[in-house]
Design a protein around this ligand. Structure first.
Ligand code: BGP
Length: 492
């Protein structure tokens, strides 16, 4: 008996900065991901005391794999045909803001950039896939952060709205599903905040490294401007494309955080940790600042500058659905700091889980955590949910017969899809499932190719060598069959 709805959006997801390459083609300028090898490493920027600016300081000995990515910019027809070969109903990627407004503060858009995405979306539609488009997947133009400090400057709202209005008008007949800021809750996570939030302290006291002295005051002020921009984006989207659906996008592995024990401090610690994620969905789904954040601000002396009308626009324009990524769960023991990476939160080991992804990443594997957060979100917001990232990175190579038997990926994906099915039975309204990285791409966290997510292998390596040839793994046909049976083959 089919559990997945007939119109379930089966597919996959990537991000422009992790696959396109062509990082300076057709007028595009540097964005925040172009100056880092992975988000978990500091950006290569150097303080220039002569002009009081942070400037790019790319290291000749480093390999910035994202600069060429997997050359999706030139090979997207072949790649989308491969995705269509799995009967994808939807394909998520991002528009690289810097292709449309290279420095971010131009008056007029870059036509060459607009043309690229016209062709890309046409190709998706030709292959039977609905484009699901992220407006910013960590891709703030670098100039906006080095010149203005990024989202810490209210002018970003205007630059952003000029960008989104341009692309809404340009692609209104091609794109029905939009996401605003990828994993915007990562702005609170040290290190990832530079890219996730597009924020940089341009009046540093400590110039030893970028954002060495970023404060919570600065981050939460940036959050406010982002919430205002998000609401105005929802308003623009509904006005320009009335039939479109626009969602927020959060990294929600951190919501699947379990208490180490029945110690009330562990339980309260989990509540506070979950509220670090809920803070963003509360603002973008409920439309007001909750009491718990007001207490945090008051106790920490944080005062947010707000304009008349800000709170009204946030209240009146909440998103249509919650898009989120889920990779794994975590365990919180009070008194032990939680760490973060691109997969979510990292606490202490959970002895009850079946295992982890292989060395060196060792991400815990917890399919039930996905059902847990789908139910938490439904209970709190009762809104449509869209799983726009879930997947596993493995260190793989073709065998002597040119095959890749990725049973590990098949079992990971099956186990998580079975929990999606359980969530639907629980009454959760789940719009779709987009497997993260259906083709090998550059890792966000570590900037490496070695961490392969794909159903399709790409011949490129951490040292930048490789033919870029594509090769189907065993999981390619398995996932196609799941989609063609609308999930029923999960029980075969
Ligand atoms: C999320 C990002 C994606 C993706 C994923 C996996 O944070 O939205 O860009 O990369 O993490 O992380 P990684 O690539 O570091 O394995």
């Amino acid at each position: 008996m089919a559990i997945f709805p007939k119109n379930f959006l089966w597919g996959g997801a990537v991000a422009a900065n992790q696959c396109e390459g062509a990082y300076l083609a057709d007028g595009k300028e540097l964005n925040v991901t172009d100056v880092s090898v992975g988000l978990m490493n500091d950006p290569d920027l150097k303080w220039n005391p002569d002009n009081g600016r942070w400037e790019p300081d790319l290291k000749p000995e480093k390999v910035y794999l994202s600069h060429e990515g997997i050359d999706f910019f030139h090979r997207y027809k072949e790649d989308l045909a491969l995705m269509g070969g799995m009967s994808f109903k939807a394909f998520r990627t991002s528009i690289s803001w810097g292709r449309i407004f290279p420095n971010g503060d131009e008056e007029e858009p870059n036509e060459a950039g607009l043309l690229f995405y016209d062709r890309l979306f046409d190709e998706m539609l030709k292959n039977g896939m609905e484009p699901v488009i992220t407006l910013s997947h960590y891709e703030t133009p670098l100039h906006l952060v080095t010149e203005y400090g990024g989202w810490m400057d209210e002018r970003l709202i205007g630059f952003w709205l000029r960008y989104v209005e341009t692309v809404f008008k340009r692609y209104k007949d091609k794109v029905k599903y939009w996401l605003t800021f990828n994993e915007i809750n990562n702005i609170l996570r040290p290190g990832i905040g530079f890219a996730a939030g597009g924020i940089l302290n341009i009046h540093p006291g400590d110039t030893s490294r970028p954002n060495a002295d970023l404060t919570e005051q600065m981050i939460y002020q940036a959050c406010h401007y982002i919430f205002v921009a998000n609401a105005k984006t929802v308003k623009l989207c509904h006005e320009i494309i009335p039939t479109a659906k626009i969602g927020c996008m959060l990294s929600l592995s951190g919501l699947a955080t379990y208490p180490y024990s029945c110690n009330p401090d562990d339980v309260m610690g989990v509540l506070e940790h979950q509220r670090k994620q809920y803070f963003f969905t509360d603002l973008m789904c409920r439309g007001h600042y909750p009491g718990y954040i007001k207490r945090i601000w008051q106790e920490r002396g944080i005062e947010i500058k707000m304009k008349d009308g800000d709170l009204d626009i946030i209240r009146d324009y909440t998103v249509d659905y919650i898009g989120f990524s889920y990779y794994r769960s975590a365990v919180l023991k009070s008194g032990k700091a939680m760490k973060q990476d691109t997969g979510g939160s990292v606490g202490i080991d959970n002895p009850y889980l079946s295992g982890t992804s292989p060395e060196p990443w060792k991400w815990p594997i917890d399919p039930k955590g996905l059902r847990y957060i789908c139910n938490l979100l439904t209970d709190r917001y009762n809104m449509p949910l869209f799983i726009v990232e879930n997947g596993i990175g493995l260190d793989e190579m073709p065998d002597d017969n040119g095959k890749i038997h990725d049973d590990f990926r098949v079992s990971y994906t099956r186990d998580h899809l079975l929990q999606v099915e359980e969530s639907i039975k629980d009454g959760c309204n789940i719009m779709g499932y987009l497997y993260w990285g259906p083709i090998d791409i550059v890792s966000a966290g570590t900037g490496e190719m070695r961490k392969r997510y794909g159903f399709v292998y790409v011949d490129r390596f951490n040292d930048g060598t490789g033919t870029l040839q594509r090769l189907k793994k065993d999981s390619y046909d398995w996932y196609r069959h799941v989609i063609e049976t609308n999930g029923e083959s999960l029980h075969e």
